[in-house]
Each structure stands twice: as C-alpha cells, then as structure tokens.
Ligand binder design. Structure first.
Ligand code: PLP
Length: 454
C-alpha cells in the first residue's frame, strides 16, 4: 500500500521554538510608541502581556527557545499532527506534482491557534497570572484560548463582536463549553464599551472596540493579562512547531518542498509552516518558494504598503512597521472567507520586503471551489481560511501539469470548517460573489496610515 500519512510520536514534539528574528539578515524596524516615537522595550508591554511573551516579542538573539516540559505535555494531547500526501487530490488534478499537507485541524480547537493559546496560557500561569482576556471576531482564537485557559486553570474572559455573537452561536457555545465568560462587545462593563453604547445604543460592535474592551479589562484587573492570536512575533514563534515537525515528516517521505504555501490573515500559520524551511534558504542556499495566500478582498501583501501603522482600528496600539491597508480598512461585508485583518506581522513584512516570500490573492469563489474539491478528494472540510491555501496549491499543481515538472508542494491545513458551514452554504447555493477592492478605495485607507509616517 502506498504511504499516505507520516506520523511522529509524542517524543518527537519539538523541544524548542524556532526564532526567525535571530536568523533573518535584516532585523525588523522597531515598534514605536505613537506618542513619543521612541522604540518600545519589552518592559513597556508588561502591563498588557505576560512577561515571557513580551520578552519573546523582542528577542532577536536566541535562535532556539526551549519549550517547557509541562507545555510539551499539553501539546501531546493532539501533537505531533499528521503530514499527509494528498494522492487523491493529485490524481483528480492529473498533476505530476507531489502535494503534501500538514493537518493542523486535528487540535481540540479545530485549528493551529491552539499552538499559541497553550503557550500563552502556560507562561501566564507560570507568572502567577489568574485571568486572561482577549477579543474574538469569528471566534477561533476565543475558542482556542478558552480551552487553553481551562487546561491551566485560568479564568478566561472573551469580548466577542456583537454581530458575530448573534450570527455565530456555536462559537459562543464552544467557548462556554470550555468554561470561558463571553461578553458581546460593545458592553457596559468597560469605559470603552459604555462610550460607544451611549453614543449609539444600536452599535453592532467591531474588532477595534472589542480589543479596547479586552485591553481595558487587562490593565484595570489585578492578575489579568491580554492575549492575541496572530500577527505578533511571539505568536509566530509558538507556531514554528508546525514547520519543525513537518521538516522531519518530509524527511520520512524522502522529499524536500520546492514550494511551501499557507493562507495569510496576520501570518501566524504561514510563519509556522514556513520559517523552519525558510531558515535553510537563508543558511544553506536552498531555493524553496514560500507563497502566502490572501483574499482578494483584503490584499495587504499584494496591494498594501510597507509603513508604520496601528495594529487596531481604534489606533490604541503601538505603531508597527508592516504591510498594511490602513488600520481603518474593512473588507467588504460580502467577504465570508476570514483573513480579514488589515496588516501583516512585523517579521513577515520584513521578509516580504526582502524577497524571501511571495504572495498571491485569491477570489473567494475560487477558494471555496478549491475547498470543496479538497473535501471530496481528501475527506476533510477545510476552514474557509485554509481554502485560500488550497486554491494557491491547486494553481501551482496545475502549472506543473502544463510544464510536466514534478515539484513537491507542501501546504498548511490551518483548520477545519465544522462551525463555518454557513459560508459553504452560501457558496453552494450560488449566493456568493467575488469582490475586489478598487485602487481608489485602497488609497483612501492607506493615506490615513501615510499620515502616521510623516
Ligand atoms: C485565525 C485563522 C487563520 C488566519 O490567521 P493567521 O494568523 O494568518 O494564521 C487561518 N486559518 C484558520 C483556521 C484560523 O483560525
């Protein structure tokens, strides 16, 4: 029988995180305090994030950061995740390319997000923190953090954008099942929420407001810290375990990837699968291509601008040097495929600028079409986000069919779609449309960020 799955035992769970910041030739520009324009230090973030995460955020010297044994034990409940050769997809496409995927959908949260949620909960617990808080839009990060908090005995409070709270009841149920307290945002429990409700009682909420509420709770509650599930350097660091495992598994398969692909929201699952392989491009001159697949309706890497911008819509965070569409940018409401964030992580942005990676944008109907083909051939219904990576993979595999090249393609399956089926319904019933932003529209939002760079 041909071998389809490459499995590693628990003892093979990585012992160290891989820190790209220590290896990349050009370090990222500093993160700035927006008021003084001075570079921030780790200590500046201690009131908001737990100390270890703040330290990791600024660590540009240690290539390898040990993973504490207790955290590895927690990872063992679902890791190592399988690497799978997608023979049936290959055959259906008629491509000579070899397609592999790393299956991060097997985590209890259904996505790669748990890799960082467990790490952040562990470091918080270790520091004596008792409560963690965050915001959630679609609810994937909230679900992962709720589970991680319960495993480490932390209280977890999630501010969920009100419109999602009402439209995605199962995400709320998942978080409540794992023991978290969910508050629809805006709420009357914070100054930020009260101000918005007073001005407009019918406000449906936004990620920006939910962030403000969560940060306010963290800085005003003793023993409480804020957490984020994407974009930041320490989150990408934790995700490196994906690629470190995949590296061993590709070796078991006797292959090395010519192309590595992941979908791209803030960049955490892309970093996870890509960085461990990318270090060989940097150190040993390997020629692997790294492709970030982003939605055409939120194209920060393909059409955004590299400059300083706020990480949140309200403009409360430090200024980050990154590819951005402007912090006020909102993808069209017809966009159902996730990956709605306006900016890219700081390390990723520098790597993009320096030519270590490339990006493609994918229309949402193309991504769901790819997701359905994958579901019917490989038996896993991919998260709408992951469908973008699959569409980019199929495009590369079809190029190989034309040229006859036998390339090895590896993509990250960041999660499954079991609570996102409404988006599939929309596609299957023919109600989904594509949406590309016009240059004028983009320019309007990018100019607002330009103003921060003068
Ligand atoms: C959150 C999420 C993403 C996008 O976030 P990144 O930080 O870019 O990885 C992609 N896929 C799934 C399943 C997610 O939950």
């Amino acid at each position: 029988m041909r071998q389809k799955k490459y499995l590693l035992g628990e003892s093979e769970i990585p012992t160290h995180f891989f820190n790209m910041q220590a290896v990349m030739p050009n370090k990222p520009l500093p993160i700035l305090n927006p008021a003084t324009r001075e570079p921030l230090k780790a200590e500046d973030l201690y009131p908001i994030f737990c100390e270890e995460c703040a330290n990791q955020e600024f660590n540009t010297t240690d290539e390898w950061i040990p993973i504490p044994e207790e955290l590895r034990q927690m990872y063992a409940s679902y890791r190592c995740t399988p690497l799978v050769r997608a023979y049936d997809l290959e055959e259906t496409l008629g491509t000579p390319a070899h397609i592999y995927f790393k299956n991060e959908s097997v985590s209890p949260a259904g996505s790669h997000k748990l890799n960082s949620a467990l790490a952040q909960a562990y470091y918080a617990k270790k520091q004596g923190i008792t409560n963690v808080t965050t915001e959630t839009g679609a609810g994937q990060w909230g679900g992962a953090l709720s589970y991680a908090a319960s495993k480490f005995g932390l209280e977890c409070a999630v501010y969920m954008v009100k419109v999602s709270y009402e439209q995605k009841p199962y995400r709320k149920s998942i978080m409540q099942t794992f023991g978290a307290a969910i508050t629809p945002s805006p709420s009357m429990s914070t100054r930020a929420g009260k101000d918005i409700i007073t001005a407009n009682p019918a406000d449906n909420g936004s990620l920006g407001c939910a962030i403000s509420e969560a940060i306010e709770l963290a800085v005003t509650t003793p023993g409480c810290r804020y957490t984020l599930g994407s974009v930041l350097n320490h989150v990408c660091l934790h995700q490196s375990i994906i690629g470190l495992e995949a590296e061993k598994q590709m070796e078991m398969a006797g292959e090395y990837p010519d192309i590595v692909i992941a979908c791209f929201g803030g960049g955490s699952n892309f970093s996870g699968i890509a960085y461990p392989f990318m270090r060989h491009n940097m150190k040993e001159g390997k020629k692997t291509r790294f492709i970030a697949a982003e939605p055409a309706s939120c194209p920060k890497l393909t059409r955004g601008k590299f400059e300083y911008d706020f990480a949140d819509e309200a403009g409360l965070t430090p200024l980050l040097p990154m590819y951005t569409l402007g912090h006020k940018f909102k993808p069209s409401s017809i966009h159902a495929g996730g990956l709605r964030y306006h900016g890219a992580g700081v390390i990723l942005s520098q790597l993009m600028k320096d030519g270590f990676m490339e990006a493609v944008d994918i229309e949402q109907t193309e991504s769901f079409k790819a997701g359905i083909l994958f579901a019917r051939t490989e038996g896993i219904i991919p998260a709408p986000e992951s469908c973008h990576a699959i569409a980019a993979t199929i495009a590369e595999a079809l190029k190989c069919k034309e040229t006859g090249e036998k390339k090895t393609i590896l993509f990250n399956l960041s999660g499954h779609a079991f609570v996102d089926m409404a988006a599939y319904d929309q596609y299957i019933s023919g109600q989904m449309q594509d949406y590309s932003v016009t240059d004028e529209e983009l320019q309007k939002f990018i100019s607002a960020a330009d103003a921060l760079n003068r």
